[in-house]
Design a protein around this ligand. Structure first.
Ligand code: TMP
Length: 211
């Protein structure tokens, strides 16, 4: 039985998920909550999932789309059971940069494998563990990629897609947010960072106080 609160940050590249996660951890800890921040693919303290992350992101590997979908699901299965669920069971707030919604958007829509197929493929991996709240950070991929490339020169395998690919990913996220308004809250990530931080923190505090 989960006691904690499971928060997921989603969005295309360059939406500031890492910066936000750090900020949220500090703000929530300052309010005496115990917080565990992690990310997918891979995961904090999750050796097996981190090894899978290396294979997925290695720009020298020829990972086929279906293989990629299974690797993300395998990383998730391990990370969820070994790391996320035990922290939730301790009553902590777990913040994960990305979860299964990234697979629906990137592999289902971006790679064209089909969202229903990716849902099926992830059924066992997530075992009905739905987050308490998903924050979808919406941003034009053009702006996101510019931000990301400015901050980092070393591109991984997933960074080499066309703008058309990222537009498909964004449209999938927008569709999920529209279809699941109580679970997925959309935040405009083109706004100034301080505004985005405050909005996301408010949404999380509102959720925690309701739980
Ligand atoms: P990151 O840049 O957020 O660390 O994520 C690595 C890349 O993996 C990013 O391009 C998004 C992508 N990704 C998927 O394609 N499917 C998934 O299920 C996840 C978790 C990430």
């Amino acid at each position: 039985m989960q006691k904690g609160c499971f928060i997921v940050l989603e969005g295309v590249e360059g939406t500031g998920k890492g910066t936000l996660s750090l900020y949220l951890q500090q703000e929530l800890e300052a309010r005496n909550f115990k917080v565990f921040a992690t990310r997918e693919p891979g995961g904090k303290n999750c050796v097996v999932a981190e090894k899978i992350r290396e294979i997925i992101l290695d720009k020298n590997s020829n990972v086929l789309p279906l293989t990629e979908a299974y690797l993300f699901a395998a990383s998730r299965a391990q990370h969820l059971r070994e790391i996320i669920i035990p922290h939730l069971n301790k009553g902590e707030i777990v913040i994960s940069e990305r979860y299964v919604y990234a697979s629906y958007a990137y592999q289902g829509e971006g790679r064209g494998l089909g969202i229903e197929n990716i849902k099926k493929l992830n059924t066992l991996a997530i075992d009905n563990i739905i987050p308490d709240l998903v924050i979808y950070l919406d941003l034009d991929p053009k702006i996101g990629l510019e931000r990301k490339f400015k901050a980092r020169q070393d591109l991984d395998r997933m960074d080499r897609e066309t703008i058309d690919f990222y537009n498909k990913v964004r449209n999938a996220y927008l569709k999920f947010a529209k279809e699941n308004p109580s679970l997925i809250k959309m935040v405009d990530a083109s706004k100034p960072l301080e505004e985005v931080k405050q909005r996301v923190l408010d949404l999380i505090l509102e959720k925690i106080n309701k739980n």
